[in-house]
Design a binder for this molecule. Sequence first.
Ligand SMILES: *[C@@H]1O[C@H](CO)[C@@H](O)[C@H](O)[C@H]1NC(C)=O
Ligand SMILES: *[C@@H]1O[C@H](CO)[C@@H](O)[C@H](O)[C@H]1NC(C)=O
Ligand SMILES: *[C@@H]1O[C@H](CO)[C@@H](O)[C@H](O)[C@H]1NC(C)=O
Length: 358
Amino acid sequence: MHLSILLLFIYFREISAQFPRQCATVAALTSGECCPDLLSVVVPGSDRCGSSTGRGQCVQVMADTRPHGPQYMHDGQDDREQWPLRFFNRTCQCNRNFAGYNCGSCRPGWSGPVCDQQIQIVRRNILDLSNEERNRFLRILQQAKSTVHPDIVIAIRRREEILGPDGNTPQFENVTIYNYFVWSHYYSVKKTFLGPGQLSFGGIDFSHEGPAFLTWHRYHLLQLEKDIQDMIQDASFALPYWNFATGRNTCDICTDELMGARSNFDANLISQNSVFSQWRVLCESVDDYDTLGTVCNSKKGTEGGPIRRNPAGNVARPMVQRLPEPQDVALCLEVGLFDTPPFYSNSTDSFRNSLEGK
Ligand SMILES: *[C@@H]1O[C@H](CO)[C@@H](O)[C@H](O)[C@H]1NC(C)=O
Ligand SMILES: *[C@@H]1O[C@H](CO)[C@@H](O)[C@H](O)[C@H]1NC(C)=O
Ligand SMILES: *[C@@H]1O[C@H](CO)[C@@H](O)[C@H](O)[C@H]1NC(C)=O
């Protein structure tokens, strides 16, 4: 299972996201083809994947067909198996440094009209940003939280119900850029629906506790970074990083100047002096989606309560009682093998599993 997700990104790396707006149509879903024209052309289909300018071509999707590991025994029941074949079996493969669902953008690290200018993007320590840079970063996050994603929509039903009750009403919704970042993480970890009245299966997920952990999350962050670069039209925008392993065991970015201090009224809420106290939870009713076999949606007004930090108070997950310390990082880096059988949460001597905190 996890290995297949790792491979997914090798085969599928040109596709910037799951559901391009242009392919969330009855025609694309029934043909299985998501190869939009890049230029607006007189004859539809004459510039699929930017083919008229050599940017890419529409090809058969190759998904990994090797069997799942023993941790996943529900073959054939989840749309995410052999992604994206349940939805699309022909997608764009982009040439050179072109990328994106229609080959209309550039691979990370490249920019310019024909993606031939190499750019270096530097991710900086968030604590080293100047006041001005910090405020700009917060403004940008706020803008991402409220700007509708121009290219991507989210599926709000499983494949078998994706065309709607009448077979003609694709079940997709707009989503904001930041909420898309949240939603795609939710979609990768959501449980497998096994049928009405049956418990959904959450024994494994598609992005944690397996070899794809690092690859998946790198891609996830690259996607947000790219979406923000496009939003603010600045190809050099970089997400800052947080070095949490300082040995001080305090959340030094949990201040109102950065990610929000703790509320005085409720230790799990964010201080009202922070912009993040206004942010709402997306995908709050996970148990409902799992019971009904629906998928988290983003409709305005269905966003949940205020975001909470560490809602379980470390009670439900005692393994995260403290922040890692420098010696934890050093120990982790001493593990020489990337991952070991059974490639799961009980792998031993595995760099990946150590990094996941096991
Ligand atoms: C691709 O998907 C379409 C739509 O589901 C289906 O009709 C077609 O047979 C598939 N083609 C291949 C080669 O799997
Ligand atoms: C989604 O957003 C697009 C572009 O902003 C808009 O044209 C479209 O009507 C919206 N669709 C829905 C279902 O809200
Ligand atoms: C790891 O966990 C799986 C699933 O619970 C179990 O079948 C397997 O025996 C465990 N392997 C080891 C080495 O502990």
